[in-house]
Design a protein around this ligand. Structure first.
Ligand code: FAD
Length: 358
């Protein structure tokens, strides 16, 4: 295990605000790099809602660098995502998702993991250090005060980030995009996986663990749970069955938002950095929100480790910003464009375009 002090005895202290995927991973990376880390989370327990997260091979590599324990848990609990299609509401296939191309290029498949498994593995790896306080029920309201007391403040506090507002203002802020996502898990295996695109709405199904299917339905913002069943009632099997068999009380409702305009920087004043949704909240269409949070955490902690002492932090943070900002913002832009395409009302033109796409 690494020590938490630099030559000369001065401890390098960091506070990470938010214990979601991004915050837990960043705290792990900083502790691994020898920093003294405190993690502050406003909730009284870690949020364990159960959507399946698709973890791309690049994010798997980042996770492996942060923690062998978490990488092992990912491989133990994750299921390979190999075959999925885009369909019309009548079930006819429009396109195949390029999962085989991802696997060929990376030499391993994308993995789907139930979010609680990932959160638990990250929290366990952190707890194994024995000296990283995870303070629950601590809502940060004065991020500037934290910056006075620590060498580094990391805002991993999600789309409504208080750290972002305090240091970057409110020009970039969450914007509604007019749709709502309902998310759930069905106790049945679906014979088909992927997405079905209709007029102004779509439905997705992925494997998550044996005997269960992760599903999400996206519809106009005011849609209620009852209306949702009606909107998909005549779509192909097993969509209506999934919606009628699962209890709306177990569905999660999520208003689709993204951060707009993009931030001019992910870092501030040589001692503040943003990661994950706090830095680049995106629509979930590309399934990259958690992946980019993991890539941010790994890149930030690697940059900080390379630059070593507190005096080297401004350069480390600039290196982090240079490595991650454009890439994450490009992904966010592509995800937003895909959302437009998936919810367009001009379905004939879209479907023709999709069939022509490689
Ligand atoms: C329907 C859906 C499907 C998705 N599918 C995928 C997928 O397949 N693959 C993928 O990679 N991503 C996916 N995502 C996106 C992914 O879930 C998020 O992008 C990711 O979880 C963001 O992690 P985060 O740690 O940055 O933020 P969050 O998970 O939002 O964590 C932020 C934490 O900060 C805490 N906090 C907030 N404010 C404060 C404060 N003031 N003080 C202290 N604590 C605070 C919060 O309580 C929270 O615990 C999906 C999202 C949705 C909605």
């Amino acid at each position: 295990m690494h020590s938490t002090s630099v030559p000369g005895g001065a401890a390098r202290t960091a506070v990470v605000v938010g214990a979601g995927v991004g915050g837990l991973a960043t705290a792990l990376g900083l502790r691994r790099a020898g920093w003294q880390v405190t993690l502050l989370e406003r909730r009284t327990a870690l949020e364990r809602y159960g959507t399946a997260l698709g973890i791309h091979p690049t994010a798997q590599t980042a996770l492996g660098r942060l923690s062998a324990h978490v990488a092992a848990a990912l491989h133990r609990n994750g299921v390979p995502y190999r075959t999925a299609h885009v369909r019309r509401p009548d079930g006819s296939v429009l396109a195949r998702l390029p999962l085989d191309r991802i696997e060929r290029k990376a030499g391993r498949p994308e993995l789907l993991i139930c979010r609680p498994y990932l959160i638990d593995a990250l929290a366990e790896a952190l707890a194994a250090y024995g000296d990283v306080p995870l303070k629950l029920g601590e809502r940060v309201e004065d991020p500037a005060g934290l910056a006075r007391d620590h060498h580094l403040v990391v805002g991993a506090d999600g789309i409504n980030s208080a750290v972002r507002t305090a240091f970057f203002g409110t020009r970039s802020r969450p914007r509604h995009i007019g749709t709502v996502a309902w998310i759930g898990t069905a106790d049945r295996e679906s014979p088909v996986h992927g997405e079905t695109w209709g007029k102004g709405r779509f439905f997705g199904m992925t494997p998550v663990e044996p005997g269960r299917t992760n599903w999400y339905a996206v519809a106009p913002e005011a849609t209620t749970a009852d209306e949702l069943r009606g909107l998909f009632a005549h779509w192909h099997d097993p969509i209506p069955r999934i919606l009628s068999e699962t209890d709306p009380a177990d569905w999660i409702r999520y208003e689709m938002r993204h951060l707009y305009p993009a931030l001019p920087s992910f870092v501030h004043g040589g001692r503040v950095a943003l990661v994950g949704d706090a830095a680049h909240a995106m629509t979930p269409n590309l399934g990259q929100g958690a992946c980019t949070a993991l890539l941010d955490a790994e890149a930030l902690t690697r940059a900080v480790e390379r630059h070593g002492e507190p005096g080297g932090l401004p350069a480390a943070l600039r290196a982090y910003d240079a490595e991650r900002r454009r890439s994450a913002q490009r992904t966010a832009l592509a995800s937003r464009a895909l959302h437009r395409l998936m919810t367009t009302r001009h379905t004939r033109a879209r479907d023709r375009l999709l069939r022509l796409a490689p």
